[in-house]
Design a protein around this ligand. Structure first.
Ligand code: ADP
Ligand code: MG
Length: 283
C-alpha cells in the first residue's frame, strides 16, 4: 500500500450557525488505498467531518487537502471526479425513478455519451451485486438495496475515494455483514480508498484497517483496531464499548484472573487465545 495522504484534515474549529462547536482541534490523514473508520457515539462529529471532507461544509477554521490541494480552492468538478459521499439515509440521495436512471445521472452529467454511460452503469451495478435491479423503480427497493444504488451511483462516476456515512445503519445483521464485505471488495479489488463513519464496535475490527475514534468533535485515538480498542473504562469515556467478545475476555482476565495474554477483538481471535491458554494450562 502506498502511504501518500490523499486526504489531510486539520480543523481548528467548526461551529454551526446556532453556535454548536461540532469539531475542534481535529487532525487526521487518510492514505491511498486505506479502508478506515470514523468511530464515535452519536453527536461526536462524524457526519460533520464527512461533509467537510467532501467540500459540502466550507465555513470552518482549518484546512482540508485533497491530494495536496486545498479543497476550498478546487473546482467542484475536480472534487466530484475523485471523491463522493454516500449519505446515511439513501432517500436523501436517490431521486430518479429507476435504478438505471439514478446511477446514470453522474456519468451523464460528466458528459459521457449514452453508450459509455450504459456501460459505466452496468459495471457499477455489477460491482455492488445489483445488476438484476437496473430497471426497477427506486421506490420498490429495500433499504439495503437503496444503499447499494447510492454506492453504484458514485462508482459509475469513477470515484477513487468513497466517504460513507453509517453504511451499515438500518440494515439487518446479514445485510450489515454483506455491506462490509462489499466495501472490503471495493477496497481490495478496485483500490477504492474508503472512509466510513460508524458506531458499530462489533463489526469494525473484522473489516477496517484503521480507526479514528471521535469524541466531542476531536479524534482522541487513531490506529489499528487492536491499538484503539483499549480498556472498557477508556471506551466508556468516549461513550463507546469494547466488542462483546473483547468485553467477555477482559472480564475473565481481570475478574477471574484467567491468564489471557491479550484481549482479542473477534470471535476467531478469541478462539485462538482460549485454545492457547488451555494448552499452556495443561502443560
Ligand atoms: N445543522 C446543525 N445545526 C446545529 N448543530 C448541529 C447541526 N448538525 C449537527 N449538529 C451538532 O453537531 C454535533 C456533531 O453532529 P454530527 O456531526 O451529526 O455527529 P454524528 O454524525 O457523529 O452523530 C452534535 O452536537 C450535533 O448536535
Ligand atoms: Mg451522523
Amino acid at each position: 500500500m502506498e502511504t501518500v495522504a490523499r486526504l489531510s484534515i486539520q480543523i481548528d474549529t467548526f461551529r454551526y450557525p446556532d453556535g454548536t462547536v461540532a469539531l475542534a482541534d481535529l487532525n487526521l490523514a487518510v492514505a491511498a488505498g486505506e479502508f478506515c473508520g470514523l468511530l464515535g457515539a452519536n453527536g461526536s462529529g462524524k457526519t460533520t467531518l464527512l461533509k467537510i471532507m467532501d467540500g459540502l461544509i466550507r465555513d470552518y477554521q482549518g484546512t482540508m487537502l485533497l491530494d495536496g490541494s486545498d479543497i476550498l480552492k478546487l473546482h467542484p468538478r475536480d472534487i466530484y471526479r475523485k471523491m463522493g459521499l454516500v449519505f446515511q439515509n439513501p432517500d436523501d440521495q436517490l431521486f430518479a425513478s429507476s435504478v438505471f436512471e439514478d446511477v446514470a445521472f453522474g456519468p451523464r452529467n460528466m458528459g459521457f455519451d449514452e453508450s459509455s454511460v450504459a456501460e459505466k452503469v452496468a459495471v457499477a451495478l455489477e460491482q455492488v451485486d445489483i445488476a438484476a435491479l437496473a430497471g426497477k423503480n427506486i421506490h420498490h427497493l429495500s433499504y439495503g438495496q437503496k444503499k447499494r444504488v447510492c454506492i453504484a451511483g458514485l462508482l459509475a462516476m469513477g470515484h477513487e475515494i468513497l466517504l460513507l456515512d453509517e453504511p451499515t445503519a438500518g440494515l439487518d445483521p446479514m445485510g450489515e455483514q454483506r455491506m462490509m464485505e462489499l466495501l472490503t471488495r471495493l477496497n481490495r479489488d478496485s483500490s477504492v480508498t474508503i472512509v466510513m463513519a460508524t458506531h458499530s464496535v462489533d463489526l469494525v475490527p473484522l473489516f477496517l484497517d484503521r480507526l479514528h475514534i471521535l469524541s466531542r468533535g476531536k479524534v482522541v485515538r487513531g490506529g489499528t483496531p487492536e491499538e484503539v480498542f483499549t480498556a472498557p473504562a477508556e471506551m466508556a469515556e468516549v461513550k463507546l464499548r469494547l466488542p462483546h467478545i473483547a468485553e467477555l475476555i477482559h472480564q475473565l482476565k481481570n475478574d477471574e484472573n484467567l491468564p489471557f495474554r491479550r484481549i482479542p477483538l473477534t470471535v476467531g481471535d478469541a478462539r485462538r487465545e482460549i485454545l492457547e491458554m488451555m494448552e499452556r494450562g495443561t502443560r
